[in-house]
Design a protein around this ligand. Structure first.
Ligand code: NAD
Length: 495
């Protein structure tokens, strides 16, 4: 099959490279000439594990090409995928994506219509409001009434950081078209996956468009639910991670997306939940649950800086906070709506000096957060800091190890600082070093008792955390003794 992929971003490039890997002939088109030039030089414009090798091997096999000019690839294509960005409107916080979506689809549709030749399926892979397919069809037919074309919807469910795996081993593939010829072409495009038992679900176009929004809104709701439970767990002295495990083992609930954290962000959930609310309003439907999810999530993201301040003794003025992990999740350089943005700006507003490190996202982060100091390695970042925020989520071994190691180093750095403040206290840096290396933790713990006011990890999601799992915040003096906790916490006093 010949495929033209319009839009060579996270979705377009990954999908294009995977389709080429299936054996299709793929041309990725982008209007960003710099991006296409970089791809021609063999440079991958985004960070996505495994993508560089996949692109290089398929370019070498002459199955994958890049261009800024869509005329030729579209004219020859059996299927033209639209994978352009559909961002949320900035500024007022209320999503009205209609104009952004319209602009994207109109440009694409008009350009496509002029060059279509033979039977072609035009497929919207971008996440678009329900009815966008109808509008794309209208625009194409208006520009080229004789075009032999079917417009289909094929929403993408890949996750950044695991995009290639998600694309090649999807839970399902949703294809929205009622046209038999369209179904046949897309069935052939996805044949390698359906042969591999991936469920290929054919639906009507509008249903496919809604499936994507409903899926993202449901996942965002699950995250927000456990975040609110984390707040309650903190107040009543329960461990939210155990609560999550306890409910997640129920097959009706499932364990995924039950990791309490600083609120959801990223390139999809925030804009898609806002768009869904907007779509519903346009149809006189109130999606009260999704509206509540959005409100709760905004408040949560803003509250994170206050949590740091409280843990650091109530004021951050003049203090240095080290932030490890900036992108919206590990293994991506994507900073779109990352929860680190409200966190860092909140810390700055409170008078803190912020230093940060991210294994892959610092170049993108600099554009969003220009007023902080960037450190090339996590150890330099945390050295001498008054508090440290470790942002990480499951599934990122590299990031996790980096940050866990740095957490150990930070603990030492902070302990050393405290020793300086408490002249005469025994200074023994050996155990700290071993702990940073993950060794001799028991001995380190014993010897740490000699340190004044030990430091501790605290889960930024709200739950006191005795392990190194979950998202952690390290702040000086934030550890309360068990006796003190029992005294303060009436629930714990009940036998
Ligand atoms: P992106 O911003 O990374 O990439 C979009 C690309 O489209 C850009 O390179 C841009 O230059 C290009 N473009 C825009 N208009 C164009 C045009 N007329 N012709 C050619 N190129 C054009 O966006 P993305 O993250 O890949 O997302 C694309 C769509 O997929 C969005 O609707 C998004 O919601 C959806 N989606 C994204 C993800 C994800 O994880 N990023 C997952 C599933 C679905």
């Amino acid at each position: 099959m010949r495929i033209a992929m319009i839009g060579t971003g996270y979705v377009g490039l990954v999908s294009g490279a995977c389709f080429a890997d299936f054996g299709h002939q793929v041309t990725c088109v982008d209007k960003d000439a710099g991006k296409i030039a970089a791809l021609h030089r063999g440079e991958i414009p985004i960070f996505e594990p495994g993508l560089d090798a996949l692109v290089v091997s398929n370019v070498k096999a002459k199955r994958l090409d890049f261009t800024t000019d869509l005329a030729a690839p579209v004219a020859e294509a059996d299927a033209v995928f639209i994978a352009v960005g559909t961002p949320s409107r900035r500024g007022d916080g209320h999503a009205d994506l209609t104009y952004v979506y319209s602009a994207a689809r109109e440009i694409a549709a008009r350009e496509i219509a002029a060059v279509l030749r033979g039977f072609t399926v035009v497929v919207t892979k971008s996440t678009v409001p329900v009815g966008t397919g109808d509008e794309v069809e209208r625009l194409i037919r208006e520009a080229n009434p004789s075009a032999d074309v079917v417009i289909a919807s094929n929403p993408e469910f890949l996750r950044e950081g695991a995009a290639i795996r998600d694309f090649k081993f999807p839970d399902r593939i949703v294809v929205g078209t009622s046209d038999e010829r369209g179904r046949k072409v897309l069935g052939d495009v996805y044949r390698p996956l359906s042969l591999n038992q991936a469920p290929l679900m054919f639906t009507a176009r509008r249903t496919a468009e809604l499936i994507k929004y409903a899926a993202n809104a449901f996942l965002a709701t699950k995250i927000t639910f456990i975040n609110e439970i984390a707040d309650l767990a903190e107040k009543v002295g329960a461990d939210v991670q155990e609560v999550a495990r306890g409910i997640g083992l129920d097959n009706r609930i499932g364990s995924k997306f039950l990791h309490a954290g600083p609120g959801f962000g990223g390139s999809c959930f925030p804009k898609d939940t806002r768009a869904l609310v907007k779509i519903a309003q346009d149809h006189d439907v109130n999606l009260r649950i999704v509206e509540a999810v959005l409100g709760v999530n905004e408040i949560r993201k803003r509250a994170m800086a206050r949590k740091v301040s409280n843990l650091a003794g109530g004021s951050l003025r003049g203090k240095t906070v080290a932030v490890l992990g900036l992108t919206f999740k590990p293994d991506t350089d994507d900073m779109r709506e990352a929860p680190s943005i409200p966190l860092v700006t909140g810390l700055l507003d409170m008078g803190a000096k912020v230093r940060a490190h991210d294994p892959v996202g610092m170049e993108q982060a600099r554009k969003e957060l220009p007023d902080i100091e960037y450190c090339d390695d996590p150890y330099t970042c945390v050295k001498g800091a008054d508090a440290m925020v470790v942002r990480r989520a499951g599934g990122a071994a590299g990031g996790r190890q980096d940050h866990a190691g740095a957490a150990g180093a930070a603990r030492c750095a902070l302990a050393e600082r405290q020793e300086d403040h408490h002249a005469g206290a025994a200074a023994d840096r050996g155990p700290c070093q071993r702990r940073a290396d993950g060794q001799d933790a028991g001995r380190a713990r014993r010897r740490d008792r000699r340190l004044p006011r030990p430091l501790w990890f605290k889960n930024i999601a709200g739950d006191a955390d005795r392990s190194r799992h979950g998202r952690h915040l390290l702040a000086p003096d934030s550890r309360r003794s068990r006796t003190e906790r029992r005294r303060r916490d009436p629930v714990r006093r009940v036998p």
